[in-house]
Design a protein around this ligand. Sequence first.
Ligand SMILES: [Zn+2]
Ligand SMILES: [Zn+2]
Length: 279
Amino acid sequence: MVIFMKIICDTHVHSDNSFDGESSVLEICNAACEKGLNTVIITDHMEAPDIKLGDKSPYGNMKESISKSVSDVESLAFEFKDKLKLLKGMELGEPMHVPKLTKKALDIADFDFILASVHNLKDMEDFYYLEYNEKNVYPLLDKYFDEILDTAQNADFDSLAHLTYPLRYIYERTDIKPDMDRYSEIIDEIFYTLIKRDKALEINTSGLFKEINSTLPGINMIKRFKELGGKYITVGSDAHNCKNLAQGIEEGIELAKTCGFEYYTVFENREPKLIEIWY
Ligand SMILES: [Zn+2]
Ligand SMILES: [Zn+2]
């Protein structure tokens, strides 16, 4: 289905049902209307391996918080139906670490959209908490891309979130600028896999406002995805409060156009809808 309208959608947004989110779904809906957005997908965190920890997870009881996120979205979607399309998503962390728990997470609701993320390597902490130095950067990135490939090949999701996530923190905390050419082969394999499985690649705009000063992934990888035959691009701000809602979305959409995409994608009922880029 192709929609021909000037519309702005933010497909990666956290509410206060995420451990690190600050705004309620209602506040996000009001902000979205003020900012003139057409569609918002609430994608609260679900670190799948933590389901088994229940209340003992450092992120809180994730099954309960995702259920609450879904019920908030369902009730407000109706209330805002004339002004805004509000959809049920989930940012599914580490889907390949414990596939049985991932299945449980996916069964919590009939989601519109699943983002797949790798925030931490198996048996390690989130890249956010790691310390980086010349010695460990490449070994960590090697493992990161291996896990991303496994996710692309085997996980149940719609769009691959913030590819190159560790760079966000490496740039923020060190002067190391890892050479991404080293990963061109595995990145091609990741992209071929996404294309073959009809999955999308996310342009995450949060990095535009951080030290790295680039979307995640950056322009070269987005261009490469297109060159290899990539069809579906989703654009998300990864906002954790109303203020950052849709931040960088128009730049992200423009970037998709620069890289050769005529459409970006919003998933509804886990089906891709192509939206013409109006620039
Ligand atoms: Zn994330
Ligand atoms: Zn996120």
